[in-house]
Design a protein around this ligand. Structure first.
Ligand SMILES: CC(C)(COP(=O)(O)OP(=O)(O)OC[C@H]1O[C@@H](n2cnc3c(N)ncnc32)[C@H](O)[C@@H]1OP(=O)(O)O)[C@@H](O)C(=O)NCCC(=O)NCCSC(=O)C[C@H](O)C(=O)O
Ligand SMILES: [Mg+2]
Length: 300
């Protein structure tokens, strides 16, 4: 344990399951799933003529009780579409943890939703998340991350749309997409925004999914957006700190907490150089590991 402050809250966002709000069976199923959050989708998984039914389903779902210990995110349609404003009325009425904006092209898309929340007097804690899935969005990633609204909480990459708009094909390893993925991660990190990797469509191939989770973790993503319950376990596992990382983090924290380290900025821990700059990441990692352990012990 340590009393070292971290600059932003530590949250578990390893597994964010998208549930089409039109699918009442899937909504009910979500109540018993071990994902860290649910993205209630009003956008691409809901046909235009079913949008109101989907909003009504969400109202019924929230009225029946929220999911203990998990984040509730509502993905709206673009504000400029015929559905976005009505979706925002649902968001304001239901007060989820976050509203996810699709196909964000620039800071103005984020600010418009943040302004609607502010004007409605929505709780300051309701975050705005941005889907990074258009060529303009990726090009403008830094400007979007630096929009300046305290509501901006996370980027979620959407490779289906990005592939559609760029013509880059689906391919194991995501070779030609890596520069764009890393640009989104870098922009998010520059402004303290969390960053979630894209869905994997092939939900029956869990080996390929595990490989993509490992890759996403290596790129610096906090977690993954999911489309099927079968993906939850691997996502939770691969985006949780592993035992060796936790041991290393605890050793760094302990080494700097030792009175003998007072006034020292550089130490040797387990044969490697560590500096004071390593303390905050170590504290965050240890805190994440504690949250993950708590969640594992929770009954869903
Ligand atoms: C992809 C699916 C349509 C497959 O559904 P289905 O054929 O029903 O799968 P299964 O028979 O294997 O389902 C087994 C049980 O699990 C439940 N289930 C399935 N998916 C979900 C879910 N997402 N949430 C909760 N529960 C789920 C089924 O109901 C079955 O339950 P039971 O009958 O009791 O056994 C389906 O998985 C699906 O619709 N997935 C989500 C699609 C979605 O949300 N799309 C939008 C997000 S994708 C995106 O954002 C892309 C991004 O924008 C980009 O550009 O990349
Ligand atoms: Mg999309």
């Amino acid at each position: 344990m340590t009393d070292i402050a971290v600059s932003r809250p530590v949250r578990l966002r390893r597994s964010l399951l998208s549930v089409p709000a039109i699918n009442r069976r899937a909504l009910e199923k979500a109540r018993g799933l071990a994902c860290d959050g649910v993205i209630f989708d009003l956008e691409d998984s809901v046909a235009p003529e079913k949008k109101q039914e989907a909003r009504d389903n969400l109202a019924g779902f929230f009225a029946a009780g929220r999911l203990a210990g998990r984040e509730h995110v509502i993905r709206i349609n673009a504000l400029a579409s015929a559905f976005g404003r009505l979706d925002m009325e649902t968001v304001i009425a239901l007060a989820p943890d976050a509203v996810l904006i699709p196909k964000v092209d620039g800071p103005e898309d984020v600010l418009a939703v943040a302004d609607l929340l502010d004007e409605a007097g929505a709780a300051a804690g309701i975050e705005v998340w941005a889907m990074m899935e258009t060529p303009r969005g990726v090009l403008n990633a830094a400007a979007i991350a630096g929009t300046g609204t305290a509501r901006l909480g996370a980027f979620v990459v959407g490779l289906n749309d990005l592939r559609k708009d760029t013509g880059v094909p689906m391919e194991p390893g995501r070779t030609f997409l890596i520069p764009w993925l890393m640009q989104v991660v870098l922009a998010a990190r520059a402004y303290g925004v969390e960053v979630i990797d894209s869905v994997s469509n092939d939900f029956r191939d869990l080996d390929a999914f595990a490989a993509e989770c490992r890759q996403g973790r290596g790129m610096g993503f906090d977690g993954k957006m999911l489309i099927h319950p079968a993906q939850i376990e691997a996502s939770n596992r691969h985006f949780s700190p592993d035992a060796a990382d936790v041991a290393e983090a605890e050793a760094i924290i302990a080494a700097f907490a030792d009175p003998a380290a007072a006034g020292l900025n550089v130490l040797t821990v387990n044969g490697r150089m560590v500096e004071r700059l390593h303390i905050e990441p170590a504290v965050r990692l240890a805190a994440k590991a504690r949250l993950a352990a708590e969640r594992e012990n929770r009954t869903t």
